[in-house]
Write a protein that binds this ligand. Sequence first.
Ligand code: MTE
Length: 327
Amino acid sequence: MLIKIHKKSDPLSSEITNESVYKARRDFIRTSSTLALGGLTGLGALTASLDTHAVTSQDTHPGKKLSNYKEKVRTVDEPLTPFKDVTHYNNFYEFSTDKEEPAIVARDFNPHPWSIKVEGEVAKPGTYQLEDFIKPHTLEERIYRFRCVEAWSMVIPWVGIPLASIIKRFEPTSKAKFVEMVTLYDPQRMPGQKRAVLDWPYLEGLRMDEAMHPLTILAVGLYGVELPNQNGAPLRLVVPWKYGFKNIKSIVSLRFTEQEPINTWQATNSREYGFYANVNPEVDHPRWSQARERRIGEFLKRKTLKFNGYEEEVAPLYASMDLRKFF
Ligand code: MTE
């Protein structure tokens, strides 16, 4: 168990994440966990930093600088969330259910060497070393809004590759309707997996047209450096119009399927988390409103935008669907 010492000046995480939301999600995990509660005392995010400094030597693994990427291929007219907050206010249950602990617990995780398995309905299945997986592509900086289902948000400058160009290389067959992605399962290296808080390994999926959408990327970095471990090194999904939990971290496989995958949060509680998970201020989470959000670093809440502000580009994907039904 990790015992934290509070500084009086530290804001409570409940001041950042709406308190009722923070408590509700924490309580849900408490009651649904099959483990003894004694093992879960690290759950509450007791402190959080809202410092606004850029990368410093105190930050865990500031990461190798990425070079040769196209800058600002996409951007938004909103201030970036400081590096410190992007890398110290995380959801990465493989390391901890606390928001600040992933930066500490994942500090010594070594994401190299890393391989990615491509399987299922593709003409060119195989296992690829990360370097070979990435090499044929040009890295792009994409500055996107990021909205967690817990009603907080950030603006993050990712560096990555359009998922569409990766997928095309493997030549999906006509049967490929979905792509399923899985996180590394290695409880020795990801100690949070020793606890049954989720059904490991973490799994997510997209419909093929969502995966091929030009906004969807696989990120290898942020703020111009390699992805910090707590943000999903060495490879994670970024789908900016969906809630954060769709953005699966530390991916080890892509499987192309005919069947819609059941993602981890849906398997955990299908009443509250669905497959589509498109950001929608008009459809509340059963236990809290999604109409507004707290941008990390800001005091007042702001209105949540439909599809997180990407409506014009992605609404056509869902033209035939009743979005209230398919949360
Ligand atoms: N991926 C894995 N493997 N494990 C996780 O716990 N958490 C998800 C998502 N991807 C998660 C994950 C949730 S709930 C969110 S909000 C985002 O990662 C958080 O990403 P960040 O920590 O980089 O902000």
